[in-house]
Design a protein around this ligand. Structure first.
Ligand SMILES: [Zn+2]
Ligand SMILES: [Zn+2]
Length: 217
């Protein structure tokens, strides 16, 4: 494209070599393509797994080559791609243009890395949420035996059982009911006393076994 020379010519003297005319268009198109290829990038990242890889090898190289071809098709003055194996860096002979290309590449690599880091953070967040949920389920599914304070109680409709020997006949018992019974008893006790009460099982000759809470004080 023909453009009028900038009116303040003296500025050019301090700016060093001017950026090649393709720079901004090419840079912008590469960025846009990389941004719009987020799903593809993450697919490749997941497929790559633990295999070691250099920065920008997932998509940056491909994006740069594709956009270069697009640009080259529109502007015949740009060097053509010799073959697919030819690196972009080898296409440009002008060291200034090469420097521009490398600058764009660095920017794209940073962008690629930030997409991957964001993905990793969201993965970690999902995992933490899942763990928290499982912990919650775990806690709500089981009741620790108040007598031995080691094993989980087995709670069935007609009995409560623990490996330590605790066995209590009951009716319509569930883990939920038992937990709230224990929690209520402990909460109630804590209103009156600072000590940790102990639980024992009474074993009368005639009556059925009962869980008895007692306090040393
Ligand atoms: Zn027990
Ligand atoms: Zn007490």
């Amino acid at each position: 494209a023909m453009e009028a020379p900038p009116p303040r010519r003296h500025r050019a003297r301090y700016k060093g070599p001017a950026a090649p005319p393709w720079k901004e268009t090419y840079r912008r198109r590469c960025m846009e393509r990389l941004r719009s290829s987020r799903a593809k990038l993450l697919d490749r990242y997941r497929q790559a797994g633990e295999r070691p890889r250099g920065p920008g090898t997932l998509l940056v190289q491909e994006v740069m080559e594709q956009e270069w071809q697009t640009l080259q098709a529109a502007q015949e003055s740009l060097p053509a791609l010799g073959g697919t194996e030819e690196a972009l860096a080898q296409m440009l002979e002008d060291p200034d243009e090469l420097a521009v290309l490398e600058e764009i590449q660095r920017e794209l690599i940073l962008q690629e890395q930030s997409v991957i880091e964001e993905y990793e953070r969201s993965l970690q967040f999902d995992e933490e949420c899942l763990n928290a949920m499982l912990d919650g389920l775990d806690a709500s599914d089981k009741v620790i035996c108040p007598v031995c304070r080691k094993n989980n109680l087995t709670v069935r409709n007609h009995f409560i059982f623990c490996q330590c020997g605790l066995y209590i006949s009951t009716q319509g018992m569930t883990e939920g009911k038992l937990r709230s019974l224990l929690e209520n008893t402990l909460t109630e006790h804590s209103h009156r006393c600072f000590h940790n009460p102990e639980f024992t099982v009474t074993s009368g000759m005639e009556e059925e076994a009962n869980l008895l809470m007692s306090c040393a004080v």
